[in-house]
Write a protein that binds this ligand. Structure first.
Ligand code: AMP
Length: 549
């Protein structure tokens, strides 16, 4: 027997209607590229999203059409999220940090009909405008006073200013009652090998992800929260915050392109956010600035750190210097993205700080809806003892089933292989050991490059660290540590190895430390280890050949 309840669709347009109606004065504040701060309310955002939906309709955009964005976090980007998805088209957020060839590939693969572009990315778009034949219209996200001179106007697409585009459009629009399995947004993975792959989120998956991530055991978002998502809206929808904040009527603060320590500190001082979200490198910059200027964060209660592992030193610094709790989170594009979060639990109140930091270094526990398991290469489930490593497999209602336009499923017996290697402990905490391809196999045992990197950045003279497994004449592979020194600091290889000796097992210690001026990163800020393995792959073989026999 079925239940007798309404089968009402879960739609993105209902989020903004709800916020506009019940939290009409909650603010969306944006640091604009033009230099000033823009502020308005959910009510205004809903009105302008409707104007944009009407303007898109007049431009003959249909349900299912892809609308690309090349944009920072800001109110116009937010309006596109709601207008395009709300009318049944598909918001395609494009990561502008990708190489131009990848951008061309993605725009052509998605067959974007329109592109909305922030002023910063116009030069980038100018270089590829002749290679993206599906794009008919480019909308520049500015008002008429800030329209730049651009060669885009001489290209094949029509070019229009955002404010002009919506100016005459009606503020009345009835959001269509779509089937909630309808595609709402598409985001491409930024794989380091092969072409990027499209992940298509539905209205249903987006809303379920928003419900699950807003609850107190997850991001704990309420109408009293003020969110500062530094994580970009061009990568996995800023971890779903434009939806989860709207669901709860929370105040949203968008930082635009100003992501350096000073700009973030200024914005935090002015807008008093309670919840910050971003990747570790962003917080390194902020913490450094705060320390240099003896500034303490007053409003911030929680900082969600994900995308790469949060180092212990960062967790400790936020706690001790700013009384702010780090919620370590893990997820991926294919998971909308949230999989696990380390919320503050009752148990954490009863353990020592050091024990708590160790727990916070793990990537947290699954949010309701996500299932995890770890398996070995034969597919056998590994024990949840916090020690056994395994391939991390996931399941859940906002996790991919197949990539955009792929003929076959992306699943293995109903589970998605994340490509991560992890441990699970008896309380359900997950710890990422490494990407499968980055784990170091030394003499038949595994070494976590992430753990070594985190231990290394705990040294005060280390700004950034990267560990790669490279060929070793005796042990198969051994770790090599690459270090960028803090400006003005001096430190030797032996100092660093000494520092690591008290933090990791002796056989994990890198055989060598190389000081470098910079480290390569992917478009989403992760260390690009493939290139480093190419560059330093023979380091130990060369060392052996050059040492006197
Ligand atoms: P992306 O799809 O670009 O967001 O990348 C997802 C990948 O980032 C995951 O599969 C992990 O390898 C990595 N990742 C995300 N969050 C964390 C975290 N908290 N700690 C370590 N790695 C992470």
């Amino acid at each position: 027997m079925n239940g007798n309840m309404m089968n009402h669709p879960l739609l993105i347009s209902d989020l903004i209607e709800h916020a506009a109606k019940y939290y009409p004065t909650s603010e969306i504040v944006s640091q604009r590229l033009e230099g000033d701060i823009h502020r308005y309310t959910y009510k205004d955002a809903n009105r302008r999203s409707k104007q944009l939906a009407n303007a898109l309709t007049h431009s003959s955009i249909n349900q299912g059409d892809r609308i690309g964005t090349l944009a920072w976090n800001g109110y116009r980007h937010y309006e596109i999220y709601y207008a395009a998805s709300g009318m049944g088209a598909i918001t395609h957020t494009i990561n502008p940090r990708l190489f131009p060839e990848q951008l061309v590939y993605i725009i052509n693969h998605a067959e974007d009909r329109m592109l909305f572009v922030d002023l910063t990315f116009i030069p980038l778009l100018e270089t590829i405008q002749t290679q993206i034949p599906s794009v008919e219209t480019i909308v520049i996200m500015a008002d008429s006073d800030h329209m730049p001179a651009t060669s885009l106007t001489e290209g094949p697409c029509s070019v229009i200013c955002y404010e002009t585009f919506i100016a005459d459009a009606s503020e009345t629009y009835d959001w269509p009652q779509l089937d909630d399995e309808t595609a709402a947004a598409i985001c491409y993975t930024s794989g380091t090998t092969g072409n990027p792959k499209g992940v298509v989120y539905s209205h249903r998956s987006t809303l379920l992800h928003a419900f699950a991530s807003a609850i107190p055991e997850a991001l704990s978002i309420s109408s009293r929260s003020t969110l500062l998502p530094v994580v970009p809206m061009f990568h996995v929808c800023a971890w779903g915050t434009p939806y989860s904040a709207t669901l709860s009527g929370a105040k949203l603060v968008f930082p635009g392109a100003a992501l350096d320590g000073e700009s973030l500190a200024t914005l935090i001082e002015a807008e008093q956010p309670t919840l910050l979200l971003g990747v570790p490198t962003i917080w390194l910059g902020l913490l450094q600035y705060l320390k240099e200027h003896s500034i303490r964060l007053n409003s911030v209660e929680n900082i969600v750190i994900g995308g790469s592992a949060a180092p212990r030193s960062m967790i400790q610094s936020f706690d001790e210097d700013h009384d702010a709790f780090v919620m370590h989170a893990w997820g991926m594009t294919e998971m909308s993205p949230i999989g696990t979060i380390g919320a503050y639990t009752r148990e954490m109140g009863n353990i020592s700080k050091e024990e708590r930091y160790s727990l916070q270094q793990k990537q947290g526990r699954p949010v309701f809806g996500v299932q995890l398991k770890i398996i070995n290469d034969d597919g056998e489930i590994q024990p949840n003892d916090g020690i056994a490593f395994g391939r991390l497999m996931v399941k859940g209602p906002w996790i991919i089933e197949r990539y955009f336009n792929a003929e076959s499923t992306a699943l293995e017996n109903g589970w998605f292989d994340t490509g991560d290697v992890a441990t699970l402990d008896s309380q359900g905490y997950m710890k990422i050991v490494d990407r499968n391809k980055d784990v170091i196999k030394s003499g038949g045992e595994w070494i976590s490059s992430i753990d070594l990197e985190n231990a290394a950045v705990g040294h005060p003279a280390v700004q950034e660290a990267c560990v790669i497994g490279i060929q070793h004449p005796k042990w198969d592979e051994r770790p090599l540590l690459l270090v960028i020194k803090q400006q003005g600091q001096s430190v030797s290889k032996d100092d660093i190895i000494d520092h690591l000796s008290s933090k990791v097992a002796k056989w994990w210690l890198p055989n060598d430390v190389v000081f470098v001026d910079e480290l390569p990163h992917t478009a989403t800020g992760k260390l690009l280890k493939v290139n480093l393995r190419d560059q330093f792959g023979d380091h130990y073989i060369n060392l052996q050949n050059s040492s006197p026999s």
